[in-house]
Ligand binder design. Structure first.
Ligand SMILES: NC(=O)c1ccc[n+]([C@@H]2O[C@H](COP(=O)([O-])OP(=O)(O)OC[C@H]3O[C@@H](n4cnc5c(N)ncnc54)[C@H](OP(=O)(O)O)[C@@H]3O)[C@@H](O)[C@H]2O)c1
Length: 325
């Protein structure tokens, strides 16, 4: 089996988790890392067994020994980092949120399609065995037609005005950090964009959403009720009610078990959970595919448009949105 030679761009929290996830992926190896600092790149490479450490993201993007790059920088850098890796001819798995807004996302997708390179948003939840099982249960009609979804993702962290969760310049706010999991879950359950979007948000002292609730109505009459927060811990549960049953998914974004019509099912991870997205990207690359079937680019863009719609309702704009868009 040909192993995908991975590079990791950025060395923070999620970069570390992905590097650990790669260890359990049979079709992958960590070949290189890129950081803004040489010392950090070298320390990360040593810790995770990468042969090559680059003192800039640009050097990683053109490393001839790397096939695919995982982008693990703050949201505001996803566009720039992705475009530079595509220009370097690399396959790209870019952390969520894919981009700051749909317009950036469209530019990234157009660049990959024009270059003929692979691109995917790292919506890791979609690759988990438990999530695949939810999709299978829906597709085979086990709960009938899905009519309602309730889904929340709120956590409590201390207010840090300069941290990436609160600083508008770094794309702070609960929606882009964790609400996106709810919006993506609704997209998976109902298979399309909502016909109507209603919402309300509390914008905190740093100017970003600290909590919000949103309600989607679909053309079929189905409803999704969702919320996200960075200053309030909530249940992290998804519940889907269909015409003939229900699926409850505790900790839905990192799920390892489900309750299907009240019956418990276990669907453990391989590795630390991030292994699954790495394996799927390697499998897609082996077939010559330019995107992942689990997270198609058009779906990523549709979700980005829904996120834009929510922020527009709150008057929440980031520098990346520009003056007129
Ligand atoms: N899928 C998931 O479960 C999950 C979980 C957490 C986060 N994420 C996503 O992953 C991305 C990174 O989140 P994280 O929690 O890993 O962030 P983090 O711990 O702050 O790490 C971000 C890394 O990006 C680089 N960076 C470049 N410019 C930076 C800047 N101005 N400020 C801070 N870091 C900068 C740094 O690496 P160098 O110093 O090496 O350049 C830093 O270590 C976010 O988009 C987030 O939404 C996904």
């Amino acid at each position: 089996m040909k192993r995908t030679r991975w590079g990791i761009l950025g060395t923070g929290t999620i970069a570390t988790k992905f590097a650990l996830g790669l260890r359990a992926a049979d079709n992958a190896e960590l070949r290189a890392v890129g950081s803004r600092s040489e010392a950090t790149a070298e320390a990360f490479a040593r810790e995770h067994g990468a042969a090559r450490a680059h003192a800039s993201y640009e050097a990683l993007a053109i490393d001839p020994e790397v096939d695919a790059i995982y982008i693990a920088t703050p949201h505001v850098l996803h566009r720039e980092n992705t475009l530079s890796c595509i220009a370097g001819g690399k396959a790209v798995l870019c952390e969520k949120p894919f981009a700051m807004n749909a317009s950036e996302g469209e530019e990234m997708v157009a660049a990959a399609r024009s270059a003929g390179t692979f691109l995917c948003e790292a919506m890791w939840t979609r690759f988990l065995p438990a999530t695949r099982r939810v999709q299978e249960l829906i597709n085979t009609g086990v709960i009938g037609e899905p009519r309602q979804l309730e889904c929340d993702f709120g956590f409590r962290t201390e207010l840090d005005p300069r941290g990436r969760l609160f600083d508008p310049a770094l794309g702070g706010g609960a929606l882009l950090d964790v609400g996106i999991y709810c919006v993506a879950y609704a997209r998976m359950v109902f298979g399309g964009a909502p016909a109507e979007v209603h919402s309300s948000a509390h914008i905190g002292e740093t100017g970003v959403d600290e909590q919000s609730a949103y309600l989607f109505r679909y053309d079929s009459g189905a409803l999704a009720r969702m919320s996200s927060a960075t200053r309030t811990e909530t249940a992290h549960r998804a519940t889907i009610w269909g015409t003939e049953g229900s699926i409850e998914v505790p900790h839905f974004w990192q799920a390892q078990e489900l309750l299907v019509n009240g019956e418990r099912e276990r669907h453990p991870y391989e590795g630390n959970g991030y292994t699954h997205e790495a394996v799927a990207v390697g499998e897609a690359l082996a077939t010559g595919a330019r995107e992942c079937a689990e997270v198609p680019l058009d779906e990523t863009l549709e979700i980005a448009r829904t996120l834009d719609q929510l922020r527009a309702q709150w008057g929440l704009r980031y520098p990346a949105d520009g003056v007129d868009s």
